[in-house]
Design a protein around this ligand. Structure first.
Ligand code: UDP
Length: 333
């Protein structure tokens, strides 16, 4: 049995998936250039699981460095988390986003092909559904993305589908994440954005911690029940378990398959604020601010396909998400 390569394995979703894979008995190798994560995540994964993952500090778009890794380690499957992910930044620096996100995927596929590695699990995003009508189901037409980050996910999905079509022995699993939040219940790993958080939960956590004085709610005049946007928030540990199921599926099947990883439940921004306040017994000051460019009123998943084919379903509640996010935030100070 070979090892599982996690690119971006020190990041938010990658590190939680590393923990769940080790708990399931997989041997993993992490490749991460630490451009948006930190080396001590490897120690934390070891503390949680009792097992230290192999770690390569490399950029996976660096073909020579990646080849050296494949020459040293027998790799059965790749889970590709590494990538630039800031929506606003992608609008400012589109070429950097296309270059980095597409290059890393192509380099991985070419290297896998040379070493006979046949299974690729990809971190895609619900953003590929664009402004389609939710609930989003896997067979819906994609496109209509509102920023270059979203288009990189859309394009990489296409590259991977084409690669699987051309090589019938290849297995490709495309995972469309909804809104991952929360943290490992140990409080050791979680989401640690550098600078001002773009995403809702890290922002709320920093307001709770007193780092920011209030949350700006981006628009309360959307055509939703309370006027604020609806998203499908999923606990990152549930999401990580979804990767374990997806990897098992990929190792057992060939061809390309797409799965939503969400809960199927939508929550508004105001509901998230209230859930955080109730779960953690504190108050989150907020102000209504103008809409943020590119935000869509509704996003939530249809989850039946993952339930049926992967035997996976999200288990954790909004309370769990808010409690664990806060436990992690407190551990950072
Ligand atoms: N949001 C907000 N204030 C913030 C950050 C986010 O009101 O400081 C809102 C945002 O407009 C969206 C929701 O929270 O409706 C989720 O935003 P996030 O960036 O976390 O996820 P995405 O928009 O990518 O689904």
């Amino acid at each position: 049995m070979g090892k599982i390569l996690l690119t971006g394995g020190c990041g938010f979703i990658g590190s939680h998936t590393a923990v769940e894979l080790i708990n399931e008995g997989y041997e993993i190798v992490i490749a991460d250039d630490l451009s948006n994560s930190s080396r001590d995540t490897v120690d934390k994964i070891e503390t949680i699981t009792g097992k230290r993952p192999l770690f390569y500090e490399i950029d996976v778009a660096d073909a020579a460095a990646l080849t050296a890794l494949f020459a040293e380690q027998p790799i059965d499957a790749v889970i590709h988390f590494a990538g630039f992910k800031a929506v606003g930044e992608s609008v400012e620096k589109p070429l950097a986003y296309y270059r980095n996100n597409l290059d890393s995927t192509l380099t991985l596929l070419e290297t896998m092909s040379r070493y006979g590695t046949k299974c690729f699990v990809f971190s895609s995003s619900a953003t590929v559904y664009g402004d389609a009508e939710p609930p989003f189901s896997e067979e819906m037409k994609t496109g209509g993305c509102t920023n270059p980050y979203g288009w990189t996910k859309y394009m990489i999905e296409q590259i991977l589908k084409d690669a699987a079509h051309a090589d019938p022995s290849l297995s490709v699993v495309l995972l469309r994440y909804f809104n991952p939040v929360g943290a490992h219940e140990s409080g050791l790993i979680g989401e640690k954005p550098s600078g001002i958080p773009n995403n809702l939960m890290p922002y709320i956590s920093q307001v709770a911690a007193g780092i920011r004085d209030h949350l700006n709610v981006f628009g309360n005049d959307y055509p939703t029940p309370d006027g604020t946007c609806i998203r499908d928030y999923i606990h990152v540990v549930d999401l990580a378990k979804g990767h374990v199921a997806a990897l098992g599926y990929g190792l057992a099947h060939t061809g390309a398959e797409i799965f939503n990883l969400g809960t199927g439940r939508g929550s508004s921004v105001l509901e998230m604020i209230r859930a955080f306040e109730t779960a953690n017994h504190l108050t989150i000051p907020f102000e209504i601010a103008p809409r943020r460019a590119g935000d869509l009123p509704f996003s939530f998943a249809k989850t039946e396909k993952a339930e049926k084919l992967l035997g996976w379903k999200a288990q954790k509640s909004l309370t769990d998400m808010c409690r664990d996010a806060w436990t992690f935030e407190k551990s950072c100070h």
